[in-house]
Design a protein around this ligand. Sequence first.
Ligand SMILES: [Zn+2]
Length: 256
Amino acid sequence: MPSALLRLRSDEQLVAIFRQGSDDAFNVIHDRYRARLFAYTRQMLGGSRSDAEDALQDVFLRAYNALRVDDRPVALKAWLYRVAHNRCIDHLRRPVPPNEAIFEVSRPPMPDPLAEAERRDDLRRLVADVQNLPEQQRSALLMRELEGLSYADLADALDVTVPAVKSLLVRARIGLVEAAEARDTSCCEIRDDLSLSFGKGVRASAKARKHMKECDGCRDYRAGLKGLSSGIGALVPASPSPFGLLAKLLGLGGGA
Ligand SMILES: [Zn+2]
């Protein structure tokens, strides 16, 4: 059957034709999902094109073999995302090989629906926030937002229940809102917050920690506070409470 006609076929029909021995049908499946799965794997794998391309190659290889040897009915889209999700998780949990970046430049470019979006600042930050989400939340959100997978498809792809999918999506969206809030909080406010928690000798607030992920200036500010502390600590080893002392020296720590 000519490819032009195959392209008109549904996923279900393509799988059936492929199982009857037509590699052209698999090529059409590949063309139909390649760019979308590339966007998904790339976002899952921290933005690296070469990792995403390697992952994608594996995904289609696994799909080719699995669809051929198995003749059970399959919801192709959700199933492909499941294969891709598992491949990404495998990748994320294995040790990082050295010098990977060397190969990054020699690859031919691949169409990427998100590449254009990443040139806009606000969207780039959103993409970065998505990449900071925990794996399962990130995967669920990307499948939902990039591909519009249904809750049932998501449950299938992630091998969890529908309520678990809903909870993953809620937590992912809360995470994004919190990340944006932390970023939009002014550096002044964050530094007051850092000084205060530092003066009290407690951990920085969640908001401040999120903000520091994005803000070099505030991260340096906190490093400065810590450096000051160990410097002074070394000078006064006998001090009963170096933090309290430091707080007094700096005029911090609510009325101490
Ligand atoms: Zn800041």
